[in-house]
Design a protein. Structure first.
Length: 137
């Protein structure tokens, strides 16, 4: 399948800022906005200003016109909330992963002996077991 041609030229950070303003996004601090565009990127931030776009359908949203009163600060606050939530979830997932691993090790050690990991008969897929064993040793 041939690639779909892409005709939009890349924009400088200052041109990205101008474009956002032309589309109706309120930007109270140009220096901060440029910093965000440089460090986070236009496209990463665009997911957080999606709720600030006019319209209710995808076709409406594709026009890239912001609702009256839409602020870049609002999009950045959503980005920060998402980042903090992701960090909290990741920390809790790590605890769950460690607890499950500890439980598996405990039960397998008691049912199959302390060296259960080195016994291929404890595993259904021998090729995957062998590959994993060599990968981690």
């Amino acid at each position: 399948m041939p690639p779909i041609p892409y005709s939009k030229p890349p924009l400088s950070f200052s041109d990205q800022l101008k474009q956002l303003k032309q589309r109706g996004l309120i930007i109270s601090n140009d220096k901060k906005a440029l910093h965000l565009l440089e460090r986070i990127s236009y496209y990463r931030l665009s997911g957080y200003w999606y709720p600030l776009l006019e319209g209710t359908t995808i076709a409406d949203k594709e026009k890239h016109i912001f609702k009256k009163g839409a602020h870049l600060d609002t999009a950045f606050k959503l980005y920060c909330f998402d980042r903090e939530l992701r960090q909290l979830v990741q920390a809790e997932l790590e605890k769950i992963e460690v607890a499950i691993r500890a439980s598996i090790i405990y039960h397998l050690s008691h049912s199959s002996g302390a060296m259960w990991l080195s016994d291929p008969s404890n595993f259904k897929k021998l090729p995957a077991y062998t590959k994993s064993l060599f990968k981690y040793h």
